[in-house]
Design a protein around this ligand. Structure first.
Ligand SMILES: *Cc1c(COP(=O)(O)O)cnc(C)c1O
Length: 453
């Protein structure tokens, strides 16, 4: 993915495919469609102007939040499909794109090692998680949900929406769910579902799913894996053993969420949820017989909480998977390994520089966080803020995150009585673009300049 597609190439490819698509409907009498006249062109120019008010998300010097540009093939396939604008709610609204959704979801299931499954795309990770926990609620009415204090905040909200008790499990000093705390919570509360986050949104920590599974034998709960961010890293070849063990346990979870619109090179509007037991399809009230859930005539509206959904999302994902298959030795997997390597290398440089302090553990995935060396967390926080500002002046775009001071080694700051509950403002970099490894020198020199200022 090192050569880049110019807009002209992109739109030429779309135009060619569009003619091909239109030819399939050429038996119909022509009909008038609205044209884009000069007034429309002027408005588009205004829109382009307005859109300057953004960080340059697609550029490798944007190394801040979780933003990865869609692959050109996803843009092209999405744009092409817009002329049909299929609705994957029902086969009547989008036959071809529903078939492509089935195939795209099958690729996700294969990637995770789910031998049988029921699943579909969704508009987002939020909605996919809501659906997984809604199914859990129907199977075990009234039983609570447990997730770590680093789980996405959507889970607390979903607990509220579903009216289920929510139990927050503290994270340990590495940002992973604390197993002893989980065990205590399981003794004390009626927990029906444990949410394991594989790739926390703030720091990319990977909850120990393999260990959580061991507790499941004694305490009997469902396991939902929220890997909206990190799911695709199951393909990476260079994860540390603890993370690898968690990913290798995914086939034993009851449900999983992944967001193709995060690491899967898709435009926003593409999440996915998969259940290991296809019979949960019965919980979505409808009249179809059970055998229906393994049928090729599957009607997505009947196994999805959401109704209308963009068929274009399915076509874009399907096309991207054809170009970059989810194989462990393919380009897509290599790009994920390269993002992880970029994070490790960045972390090594930070460790070697006395201006910075790094956390207890090196990055599990591709998210790096650190702060400025100082005598108190408050001072470190102030420096971090000013490095963030200075870096942006120099076209390096980082992110900020307020994190527990206990994620850093003891002795990082002068000991105070409240040290165990203090927080510190950190700099954070999500190195999710495959180009980031090659841009590390550029990123590093700008960071050093910002820290010196
Ligand atoms: C991003 C994220 C979500 C929310 O997904 P959206 O697609 O933003 O709605 C949930 N959980 C995790 C771990 C995430 O990273």
């Amino acid at each position: 993915m090192s050569e880049s597609t110019s807009p002209d190439d992109l739109f030429r490819r779309i135009a060619t495919a569009q003619h091909q698509l239109d030819a399939g409907f050429s038996h119909l009498p022509p009909h008038a469609e609205p044209v884009l006249d000069e007034a429309a062109a002027a408005i588009l120019q205004q829109a382009a102007e307005r859109l300057h008010d953004n960080y340059p998300y697609a550029h490798p010097l944007y190394a801040g939040q979780m933003l990865k540009p869609p692959h050109p093939i996803a843009r092209a396939a999405y744009a092409l499909t817009m002329s049909v604008n299929p609705n994957n709610h029902a086969l009547d609204g989008g036959r071809a794109s529903s078939a492509m959704e089935l195939e795209a979801v099958a690729e996700l299931a294969k990637m995770f090692g789910f031998p049988q499954y029921l699943g579909h795309l969704s508009s987002s990770g939020t909605f996919a998680n809501l659906e997984a926990l809604w199914v859990a609620k129907q199977l075990q009415p009234g039983r609570g949900i447990a997730a770590s204090d680093q789980a996405h905040y959507t889970h607390t909200r979903i607990g509220g929406v579903l009216g289920l008790p929510f139990v927050e499990i503290p994270s340990d000093a590495t940002g992973r769910m604390d197993l002893d705390a989980l065990k205590q919570a399981l003794e004390k509360h009626d927990i029906g579902t444990v949410v394991a986050t594989l790739g926390t949104t703030a720091v990319g920590a990977v909850d120990p799913l393999d260990q959580i599974l061991k507790l499941q034998q004694k305490y009997k709960f469902r396991i939902h894996v929220d890997s909206a961010y990190g799911g695709y890293f199951t393909l990476a070849q260079n994860l540390a053993p603890a993370a690898r063990a968690a990913y290798d346990s995914i086939p034993q979870a009851d449900s999983i969420v992944v967001d193709p619109h995060k690491h899967g090179l898709q435009p926003y509007g593409c999440g996915a949820v998969l259940f290991r037991d296809p019979s949960v399809g019965q919980l979505y009230k409808h009249d179809s017989p059970f055998t229906y859930f393994s049928s090729k005539e599957l009607h997505f509206g009947e196994i999805s909480l959401e109704c209308s959904r963009a068929g274009a999302s399915a076509v874009a994902l399907w096309a991207t998977q054809r170009l970059l298959p989810y194989t462990r030795d393919g380009q897509f997997a290599r790009d994920l390994s390269s993002s992880h390597e970029a994070a490790l290398e960045f972390n090594r440089r930070l460790a070697a520089n006395p201006a910075f302090v790094i956390p207890n553990v090196s990055p599990a995935l591709d998210i790096v966080f650190w702060t400025a060396a100082a005598s108190t967390p408050a001072e470190s926080s102030a420096f971090a803020q000013s490095i963030f500002d200075k870096a942006a002046e120099n076209n390096l775009y980082l992110a900020l995150a307020t994190l527990p001071a206990r994620y850093f080694p003891p002795g990082t700051w002068k000991a105070t009585p409240e040290a165990h509950q203090e927080t510190v403002l950190c700099l954070r970099s999500v190195l999710m673009k495959p180009e980031h490894l090659h841009w590390l020198d550029q990123i590093w020199s700008r960071l050093i300049k910002a820290a010196a200022a």
